[in-house]
Ligand binder design. Structure first.
Ligand code: HEM
Length: 417
């Protein structure tokens, strides 16, 4: 049997909750190894980090998602039996449904909508003493996402719906009240979106072809069967919720502009490529998804280490994005590193790695990059604001998911002509 460092002692689930984003990289450092075995949630788990680890993790012949996502994650973040839990031909077919919504034209429409809601919000903020940027951004993105997807949304329910999308995401690394808030938020949201699917199917509401509502409600699976109302709702939420979650990265963009003012100057003076490099660096540098899980499909060996059928394996997302073998000075915020970046499929993995179509890589990665460029451009070129230093903008690495403590407050807001 191969040489894999084994963590001694009892189950490490509490250590994981205590150490958060650094749980895997802490142990890789301790064991001087990019792979080790530990016990989590009552079972033996292999944890691994880095580009080569990502490459095997995304080999669909070696790993499967079936039986991986714990129920507590399915009942909050993903939805039960959704695309994240599928494998093989059924997954590829379902993934095609998601990817069909991500054409350059459709992405452009979402950018335009986001820009319009920004402009309205900016006008509104001028009259306010101060705003919490993260909360505002969730609402802007909720409006843009629903409009883009063909989902009707009254102005009066924006705050509640945006809050519920946020709570589903906020629950992923939580135990206790934050977890239960996420479950209740999912229940409310599924009830709402089931009704939207039913209304669309009965002709009470319309949505044009190419919208997510139309796509989810009319999709036929590999056997030619439509999705159940519940499943269509879950997958439509798998479009809406993560668009709202872009608010997290947007808030980190605002934080980076504040923490590294030189980079703001470069953007103001720069072009489209400067926006792109900054957004890439935000997605690499700041923590969002800590790790990903999959189960060994059938036993194999890797570098002499046996992977046994059914074993749970975690890929270190945060650690790989800060791996010194891949990134010079990984803890330096330095957008320039992305100028002439060769762009590997397994090195920058904040939204997963590998191929969009055959693997589980995030369907919304390009959308995320483009929406963030729009947001960053708005912040730097269309808005003037002050960041009051009475707030705590520190980012905890032990809370998952994390954010600046104050959710980033700005004041003295003015739209620039
Ligand atoms: C999957 C991150 C935004 C739709 C994923 C995965 C990650 C991720 C880590 C899992 C990869 C894997 O399982 O191997 C993020 C982050 C986002 C974001 C950090 C920033 C807000 C979006 C957006 C959309 C989206 C905007 C849709 C418009 C999806 C879907 C999947 C997915 C449908 C499942 C793909 C599959 O299982 O094949 N995302 N995502 N995400 N994401 Fe995102």
């Amino acid at each position: 049997t191969g040489k894999i460092p084994r963590e001694k002692g009892l189950d490490q689930t509490l250590a994981l909750l205590r150490e958060g984003y650094e749980f895997i990289s802490n142990r890789c450092g301790l064991f001087q190894s990019d792979i080790f075995e530990t016990r989590l949630m009552g079972e033996k788990v292999i944890c691994m980090s880095g580009e080569e680890a990502a490459r095997i993790f995304y080999n669909p012949r070696l790993f499967q998602r079936k039986g991986t996502a714990p129920k507590r994650v399915q009942k909050t973040l993903f939805g039960e039996s959704a695309i994240q839990t599928m494998d093989g031909a059924a997954h590829e077919h379902r993934k095609q449904l998601f990817m069909s919504l991500m054409t350059p034209e459709r992405i452009g429409m979402l950018k335009d909508l986001t820009q319009q809601y920004f402009a309205i919000a900016g006008y509104d903020w001028e009259g306010k003493k101060a705003v919490i940027l993260f909360d505002e951004m969730q609402q802007i993105l909720c409006k843009a996402a629903c409009k883009w997807a063909g989902v009707p949304l009254n102005e009066a329910e924006v705050e509640k719906r945006a809050g519920d999308f946020g709570k589903m995401v906020d629950a992923f690394g939580a135990v206790g009240p934050r977890h239960w808030q996420g479950r209740r938020a999912r229940k409310r949201t599924e009830k709402w979106i089931r009704k939207v699917i039913e209304y669309f199917r009965s002709g009470k509401i319309q949505a044009p072809e190419g919208t997510a509502l139309h796509a989810m409600a009319t999709y036929r699976d590999t056997e030619g069967k439509p999705l159940s109302v519940q499943m269509a709702a879950v997958e439509l939420i798998n479009i809406l919720r993560p668009i709202v979650a872009i608010a997290t990265y947007f808030t980190f963009c605002a934080l980076a502009l504040y923490e590294f003012p030189k980079t703001r100057e470069q953007i103001v003076a720069g072009n489209e490529e400067d926006l792109y490099m900054f957004v890439q660096e935000v997605r690499r540098y700041y923590p969002f998804g800590p790790f990903l899980g999959a189960r060994v499909h059938s036993g194999f060996q890797w570098n002499g280490v046996p992977f046994n059928k059914g074993q749970l394996v975690l890929l270190d997302v945060y650690g790989t994005n800060h791996d010194p073998r891949l990134w010079d000075d990984p803890f330096l915020f330095w957008p320039e590193r992305f100028r002439n970046w060769k762009g590997g499929l397994f090195d920058l993995i904040p939204q997963g790695g590998g191929d969009f179509h055959t693997g589980h890589r995030c369907a919304g990665e390009l959308v995320t990059i483009e929406v963030l460029k729009t947001g960053l451009s708005f912040l730097t070129k269309q808005l003037e604001y002050n960041v009051p230093d009475t707030q705590n903008v520190s980012v905890s690495l032990t809370r998952m998911p994390t954010l600046p403590e104050s959710r980033f407050i700005i004041d003295q807001i003015k739209l620039t002509p």
